[in-house]
Design a protein around this ligand. Sequence first.
Ligand SMILES: Cc1cc2nc3c(=O)[nH]c(=O)nc-3n(C[C@H](O)[C@H](O)[C@H](O)COP(=O)(O)O)c2cc1C
Length: 151
Amino acid sequence: MEKDFLEILRTLSQTVFVLSANNDQERHAMTVSSVASLSLKPPSMMVGVNKEASINEVLEKNSNFCLNLLKKSQQNIADTCSGTEEGEKRFTNDLWVSDNPVYLSDAQSNIFCKVIEIIPFSSHSIIVGEVKELKHSGKIEPLIYQDGKYL
Ligand SMILES: Cc1cc2nc3c(=O)[nH]c(=O)nc-3n(C[C@H](O)[C@H](O)[C@H](O)COP(=O)(O)O)c2cc1C
């Protein structure tokens, strides 16, 4: 069952985001693809985050986060934020803006949210966020992950 499940998941075309969030002491950014829109009224998003991910240290009810939708040319950022670097080293390029929340200025789009609910399920939590602000470049050239590689 698990093998077939993984095999089917590998066939999906997944849009790649970097989830970013911070508190007064630390900031975090991690590559995510378990992202979906949830409702229009209110505008809301959901994202699945592993309970062991370090960003959980700063995600709490009413805190802010940003879903930075990556462009095709930003595979290096996806790599940096999924393991080649850790913690603060993920913020070494100057495209990051220190705001509340911290966000990537050069992303295809930025979806700024406030955490409404954190729903634990097994190894992951579903973070439900109400959309508070949007930035959109108007371009449609997202970074896609499929079959274990970026397209
Ligand atoms: C394309 C791609 C998509 C990913 N999507 C998710 C995701 O939706 N949720 C998740 O918890 N981890 C996801 N990961 C794994 C995290 O990016 C990775 O474990 C990261 O290093 C976690 O951050 P940490 O090292 O600061 O804990 C994904 C990785 C890649 C390469």
